[in-house]
Design a protein around this ligand. Structure first.
Ligand code: KIV
Length: 271
C-alpha cells in the first residue's frame, strides 16, 4: 500500500467547497523539487509553478523570456515532490495568445509531460477562445486578471491596475466571462481591495489575490519574495516571513571562514 493513501488531495472541487464554507485558500509559487516538498508538507493548498521563474530562477527582468520547455522542466520537478497540493502551471508568454490550437497543444504538453493538475492563463475576453478550447479537452484553467505581467510592455509599468472606472468595469466583466466559460478560479493581481472584494463576491468560483487586499477567497505570494531570498523587490503588499538572503549569506561566509582557517573538515567529518 502506498504511504500516501491517507493524504486527502486538494482538487479544483475542494477549492470551490472552501469558498462556499468561507475557508481561505493558501497558494505559493514553487519551481523546484526541494522547496515544493517543504511547502507541500507544510500544508499549502495550491502550488503555482509561476512564470515568475523567469525572474527569480533565471534572473530575467520580465516573465516574457521563459519557454514552454523550461516551464515543463520546473513543473515536472515540483510535481515529483507534491502529494497533497493542487499544482497549477503558468502557460508562458507566446504559448497560447497566437491561436487556440497552439494554446491547446501547449496545455496538453504541460499536463502530459509534468503530471500537473491545471494551467493558468493571463487575460480576459481576448483569450476566450483559447481558454474554451483547453477546457473542452478537460484541462482545468485558472484565470489571471488585473496586473498581468506578460503584458508589461503594454502597461509600461507595474503600478496598481483598474483604479479607473472603465478598466474596473472591464475587469468585472472579464471575471464573469471566465467563470461563465468554466474557469475554476481566478488570480486577481494588484488591483484595489474594494474592487477585488466586489469581484470575489460576484463569483461562485474562488479568487486568489496578490496585492488585492483581504476580500479575495485566497492569497498567493512568490515564494522567494516571502522568504526574503529576493531583497530587491519591496512592494507594499509583500509580507516577508524570513530574511533568507542574509541567513544564506551569513552561512556562506562562515563556511568560507571555516575552509580558509582549515577548521572544516574536522576529525569527525572525515573518513
Ligand atoms: O508567476 C507568478 O508567480 C504569478 C503569481 C504572481 C500569481 O503569476
Amino acid at each position: 500500500m502506498s504511504v500516501h493513501t491517507d493524504i486527502k488531495k486538494i482538487t479544483t472541487h475542494t477549492l470551490q467547497e472552501m469558498k462556499r464554507k468561507g475557508e481561505k485558500i493558501s497558494m505559493l509559487t514553487a519551481y523546484d523539487y526541494s522547496l515544493a516538498k517543504i511547502i507541500d508538507t507544510a500544508g499549502m493548498d495550491v502550488i503555482l509553478v509561476g512564470d515568475s521563474a523567469s525572474n527569480v530562477m533565471a534572473g530575467h527582468e520580465t516573465t516574457l523570456p521563459i519557454t514552454l520547455d523550461q516551464m515543463i522542466y520546473h513543473a515536472a520537478s515540483v510535481v515529483r515532490a507534491v502529494h497533497r497540493a493542487l499544482v497549477v502551471v503558468d502557460l508562458p508568454f507566446g504559448s497560447y495568445q497566437g491561436n487556440s490550437k497552439e494554446a491547446l497543444n501547449s496545455a496538453i504538453r504541460i499536463m502530459k509531460e509534468t503530471g500537473a493538475h491545471a494551467v493558468k492563463m493571463e487575460g480576459g475576453r481576448e483569450i476566450k477562445e483559447a481558454v474554451e478550447r483547453i477546457l473542452t479537452a478537460g484541462i482545468p484553467v485558472m484565470g489571471h486578471l488585473g496586473l498581468t505581467p506578460q503584458s508589461i510592455y503594454k502597461f509600461g509599468t507595474y503600478v496598481v491596475r483598474a483604479k479607473e472606472e472603465q478598466e474596473a468595469h472591464r475587469l468585472q466583466e472579464d471575471a464573469l466571462l471566465l467563470e461563465d466559460i468554466g474557469c475554476f478560479s481566478i488570480v486577481l493581481e494588484k488591483i484595489p481591495a474594494k474592487l477585488a472584494t466586489e469581484v470575489s463576491a460576484s463569483l461562485k468560483i474562488p479568487t486568489i489575490g496578490i496585492g488585492a487586499g483581504n476580500g479575495t477567497d485566497g492569497q498567493v505570494l512568490v515564494l522567494h519574495d516571502m522568504l526574503g531570498i529576493n531583497k530587491d523587490f519591496n512592494p507594499r503588499f509583500l509580507r516577508r516571513y524570513m530574511n533568507l538572503f542574509e541567513e544564506i549569506q551569513n552561512a556562506t561566509e562562515q563556511y568560507i571562514r571555516d575552509v580558509k582557517s582549515k577548521d572544516f573538515p574536522n576529525e569527525k567529518e572525515q573518513y
